[in-house]
Design a protein around this ligand. Structure first.
Ligand code: CMC
Length: 381
């Protein structure tokens, strides 16, 4: 029997699949909200650990809750020797996102509780993974250059520890603040592809490691988290502000997508890009890479003049890559840094979802032959 004719929502565009009180993206107003707080308010006043707590537990922590949360993260922040050995064995040749995906899955396989569907165990797995990510991503960055792992420092913040585990140097206040702000800006973003992927996995009552492994796999693609790496490549290809007009015109004439522009939800300027643009300007000036910023700024002008009326503006990935580049990161590390932040949104929304779980099971509209066809043996085909 053929299916009744039904409307297909490709890419689930416009389809509401669940309720959430974690965060909200207003694509028309250019507003991003975490639990009622505007992203600008949090970027100016808060820090990543506070924001992670807010996303996970629904309110900003008081001093005692904050200290307990930080202490909880400290207890499991170290990587064991097997994890470090695994990273060192695969990081020199593989893309850092492939390494990250493998390591998270491996840590899940090491955890005896990873077969549990108990909500407290799922929360425990979330915190354990979050606590280890600064050292995991830092160690991946170092191992890809043949450098040894650095043990995280329990006195440092999440952002500072990541920089320390990556570079071996404790960052100054300015670099720590820039990194911290980047992490806040990327901590959550509505029902995006990787978050949805985490929800689909957790809805089967799989464990949190599996959900985060799914999310990391989904974040890897260039239409999602992978765009910042390619956006910086394009800025470097344009090279000078005066090249922006003709290079972009040629790319657009060939129907190429310009990475770092456009968004499924924002049809106005992405508020995260606005904040990052300021940091990109200051950090490139400080690190002698101002030309990169001027080129990007001109590319933005050209793109808005050509495609602004279609709702195409810079997204978070356009300026984030430049900031990470100025902090000394190889472009292949940009998407793992995105994951380092987004763990808060993935786990907060997964925990929220399984409190009132419903297995995801959408349908596909069948457009094949109606049949039933007669089976013809292989010799007669
Ligand atoms: N460069 C050139 N043209 C573009 C771009 C772009 N970056 N983005 C959209 N367009 C054009 C698109 O070709 C279409 O043109 P037409 O009307 O002639 O068919 C029109 O603008 C509308 O775009 P769309 O494809 O309907 O938009 P979408 O909602 O399906 O796609 C997107 C959103 C993010 C996949 C797309 O804008 C894109 O591929 N951007 C580049 C990749 C990128 O920067 N991704 C990071 C997104 S932000 C990080 C995150 O939150 O995950």
């Amino acid at each position: 029997m053929m299916q009744a004719d039904t409307e297909v929502h490709k890419g689930l565009e416009g389809v509401i699949v669940t309720e959430s009180s974690v965060g909200f993206v207003d694509g028309q107003a250019g507003r991003l909200v975490y639990r009622g707080y505007n992203i600008e308010t949090l970027a100016d006043n808060s820090n990543y650990e506070e924001v992670a707590y807010l996303l996970l537990y629904g309110h900003l922590p008081n001093a005692k809750e904050f200290e307990n949360f930080r202490a909880r993260l400290r207890t499991t922040m170290d990587l064991n020797a097997d994890v470090v050995a695994l990273i060192k064995s695969i990081a020199p040749k593989a893309h850092p996102m492939s390494v990250l995906r493998t390591v998270v899955s491996f840590i899940g396989a090491q955890d005896q509780k990873s077969n549990s569907t108990d909500l407290r165990d799922q929360e425990e797995m979330s915190l354990k993974l979050m606590s280890k990510l600064p050292a995991i991503v830092g160690t991946i960055s170092r191992a890809s250059k043949g450098q040894d792992a650095i043990k995280p420092d329990p006195e440092l913040s999440y952002a500072a520890n990541f920089l320390y585990c990556s570079t071996g140097k404790r960052p100054d206040k300015e670099h720590e603040k820039i990194m911290d702000t980047c992490l806040i800006l990327h901590a959550d973003h509505g029902s995006n592809a990787s978050t949805f992927s985490a929800l689909v996995t957790i809805s089967t009552l799989a464990d949190m490691y599996s959900a985060v492994t799914s999310a990391i796999s989904t974040l890897k693609g260039p239409l999602h988290g992978g765009a910042n790496e390619l956006a910086l490549e394009t800025i470097k290809k344009v090279a000078k502000p005066e090249n922006a007009e003709h290079v972009l015109s040629e790319m657009l004439a060939k129907k190429e997508k310009i990475m770092g522009f456009g968004h499924r939800v924002y049809k106005v300027y992405d508020p995260r890009a606005r904040i990052l643009k300021k940091y990109a300007e200051s950090v490139t000036r400080r690190n002698g890479k101002e030309d990169l910023f001027r080129t990007a700024e001109q590319m933005e002008k050209v793109m808005i003049s050509k495609l602004g009326e279609k709702g195409i503006f810079p997204n978070v990935d356009f300026y984030s890559g430049m900031v990470y580049d100025s902090l000394g990161f190889d472009s292949r590390m940009f998407t793992p840094i995105f994951a380092l932040a987004r763990i808060a949104g993935w786990t907060a929304r997964s925990l929220e979802y399984i409190r009132d779980n419903k297995l995801f099971r959408p349908k596909a509209k069948y457009i094949g032959e109606a049949g039933p066809k007669e089976y013809v043996g292989i010799q007669k085909r």
